[in-house]
Structure formats: C-alpha cells, structure tokens
Design a protein around this ligand. Structure first.
Ligand code: MN
Length: 398
C-alpha cells in the first residue's frame, strides 16, 4: 500500500546527543522508532544497531516479530562483545502497513498512535515502571506524567538473550493517520496536545516537524522522534469513483451525505466532514440486514414446522417384548429422534398377530391423547384375555 510519510528527529533542548533512531522504508511501508539508552553514546549504537537488523530482516520480507527478536540478539551480542557498551539497550516500536491493515511490533516506552476522525488513540502499551503502576492502580495517569522515574523502562531490546514482543493489528480506513514516536514527544505533550497538532497539520512532513517543535517549546527534555504516516489519498479517490459507479444500489440518502474523500492531505480539514466516513459502514450493514432478517425468519419458520411435525407425532411400538409409547416419528425425523414417553407392562406376545404386525411398524397418532387411548385399549384386551384364561383353567381343590 502506498503511504505519505513525514519524519522528524531532534536532540531536544537538554541532551548533548540524539540517541533516537528511526527506520523509514516507504516502498515496503515499514517504519520504526528506537530510543537507545546506555552511557558513552552506547544508546546511539543500540538504537541504530536494532533498526539496521530490523531493516535487513524486513527487507527480506520477514515477519515483524521475528525481525524484532533478531534485532534483540544483535544488540545483545554487541553489548556482550564490547565492555564499553555493556548494559546498553533500546526500545523499538515498528509498524508495517499492508492490505489495509497496520501491524505493530513493540518493546519499551516509545509509542504508536492511531489518529482517526480527529481522535487520537494510543495503540501500544508502555513497558515502563510508572505505566505498570498505573495499570495496577497504584498511580494515577496524572501522577505518572510527572513521576521522577517515568523514564525507567521494564522491557527493552539488548538487555537479555530473549525478549517478549507485543503485537497489535489495526484495520485501516482511507483517512487514517498513524503516529510513531519516542517518549521525548509524549513526556512533553499530553495526548490532546498531540491530537491538536495532528488536526491542524494536513501535510505529514509538516505534522512530524510541528510535533517536534511543540515538544521543544514544552521543554525538550529528551530526544524527540516522530513518524507520521498517512494512507494514500489516491486510494481514497479511486474508492469514491467505485462507489459512484455502483450507486444503483446506494440508497438516495447517500447522494446527499456521500462525502467520502477526506481532505486530510489537501490541507482543508473540516471536522464536520469526518463523520461521513464512519457513517457509511452502518448503512451498508443495514442493507445487509434487509436481506438477512427475512431469510432467517423463513428458515426459522421452516425449522419450527419440521420440529412441530417431529414432536407432535406419537406412536406405539414394541421394545424388548413390551409395548412402548413413543413421542416422535418412528426411526426419527431429520435431527429429531423419537423418545420414550411411557413403557407399559403389556407383553407384545399377548396381543393378536394382527396387532403385533401393526406395532412392528409403529402405530402412529397425531397427538398424545389418541396414543394413550390406544394403549389403554391394548391393556384392556390383554387383561380380558388373562381374566378369561384364569376362569377357564380348572383350579384344583385345596
Ligand atoms: Mn527517550
């Protein structure tokens, strides 16, 4: 997928060196920020080493997580081989945009955000001491923002032989914008301040630079790196054309509110236009419901009718020499097996041959009452036989 990208990095106002690094590959739509740490410029080496390894693996079409895992190994090996670099490490937050989705790989306290419909949402979760305390409810977000230990990361590349990589996947919309940045931006600006800059700057390069400038104005206490990724506006236009061509099935309301192209790159942001993109999805959904609901109703009525037929039928048959009253259709009907309603003591062998033949196939009734009366009749016929038998057999005198 083609994207429009802006990148900016700056040492800030307090630090003597910039230990942040970034990776930008527009053709593969792969981007990453790494924030290195370690004395004597080892942080610089850590972040650069990680992103070189990442670029190499991803250039071969490699998996994002596997690439980050091998970047970890590169940094770890280099730190072990060089005493002056011992203990160095780096964050990495990487994104690959592909097939209208963004896949993120993340370790540390750099961040990725999704900017959609004028709203900023943090995609990644910080691996930092204060964020863990916030998640445990032991610090408020406000306390975390000014906490003296807010720059301590709990997970980084290069400090251990293995590393846990968080991944996230986001389905993208045509007007979406992605921001990847180091903590030099987010420790200086609140999310609403970042969102304000993104809303006010249509061009991605200008947006990346304006964010760095705003962080510097707020103090610039750390290195600042920003990558702003806009989805290709050409794609939006092609989509609008495709929609127009298929307008036969569009409800008329679409013509009035059919604002699809979001002028994010054209530079003429009007927040009122934004909901139009989101509004289109429920409308499509409703059109599908128009067909699905009647179809499901027909299916449900048919199933109910078959169930009613299967279960309102009763029959009388024989089982292990006894007469049994069943609910259901002999042999079962579709998914519904016949079930035993009542086992009687009537012996099948006591019945006339004609009756026995009748029960062999199951004597059917369209209701329970008829079947019960039939069983009672069978019972009486055998009792009569038994009674007459007893009376005809001479009882020897006592
Ligand atoms: Mn930093």
């Amino acid at each position: 997928m083609k994207v429009r990208v802006g990148v900016a990095t700056d040492v800030g106002r307090r630090r003597s060196a910039n230990e942040d690094s970034y990776l930008r590959r527009d053709d593969d739509a792969v981007f990453a920020v790494a924030d290195g740490m370690g004395g004597h410029r080892a942080g610089d080496v850590a972040s650069a080493t990680a992103l070189e390894a990442l670029e190499q693996r991803l250039g071969d079409g490699g998996d994002l997580v596997e690439a980050i895992v091998s970047a970890n190994a590169e940094v770890f090996d280099k730190a072990r081989a060089n005493p002056e670099m011992r203990g160095m490490g780096t964050t990495v937050t990487a994104v690959r945009v592909k097939d209208e989705a963004a896949v993120f790989g993340h370790v540390g306290d750099s961040r990725a955000y999704l900017f959609r419909d004028g709203e900023l949402t943090q995609v990644t979760e910080d691996h930092s001491l204060v964020e863990e305390l916030v998640r445990e409810g032991r610090l408020t977000p406000e306390e975390a923002a000014v906490h003296p230990q807010r720059s301590i990361v709990t997970r980084a590349l290069g400090v251990d032989e293995s590393v846990d990589v968080d991944t996230y996947e986001v389905d993208l919309l045509p007007a979406d914008r992605i921001l990847v940045c180091s903590d030099g931006l987010t420790s200086m600006l609140r999310d609403d301040q970042i969102a304000e800059v993104l809303r006010g700057t249509a061009d991605p390069q200008a947006a990346a630079e304006n964010l760095v400038e705003a962080a510097n104005r707020a103090g610039g206490e750390d290195n600042i790196t920003t990558i702003v990724i806009d989805l290709d506006p050409g794609k939006q236009r092609a989509r609008k054309k495709a929609m127009a061509a298929s307008k036969v099935v569009e409800p008329p309301a679409d013509e009035a509110t059919g604002q699809w192209e979001y002028p994010l790159v054209a530079g003429d942001d009007e927040p009122e236009d934004e909901p139009a993109v989101a509004a289109r999805r429920p409308r499509r959904y409703r059109r599908a419901l128009l067909w699905i609901v009647p179809f499901l109703l027909v299916v449900m009525v048919a199933v109910a009718a078959m169930w009613w037929y299967a279960r309102s039928t009763y029959y009388v048959g024989g089982d292990r020499g006894r007469v049994v009253l069943y609910q259901g259709v002999p042999g079962g009907f579709l998914i519904w097996d016949a079930t035993v309603e009542e086992r009687t003591d009537i012996r099948v062998g006591d019945l006339t041959e004609e009756r026995q033949a009748d029960l062999a196939d199951g004597h059917r009734f369209s209701g329970e009452r008829g079947a019960e009366l039939f069983v009672e009749r069978l019972e009486r016929s055998t009792t009569t036989t038994t009674t007459s038998t007893t009376t005809t057999i001479p009882v020897p005198p006592a």
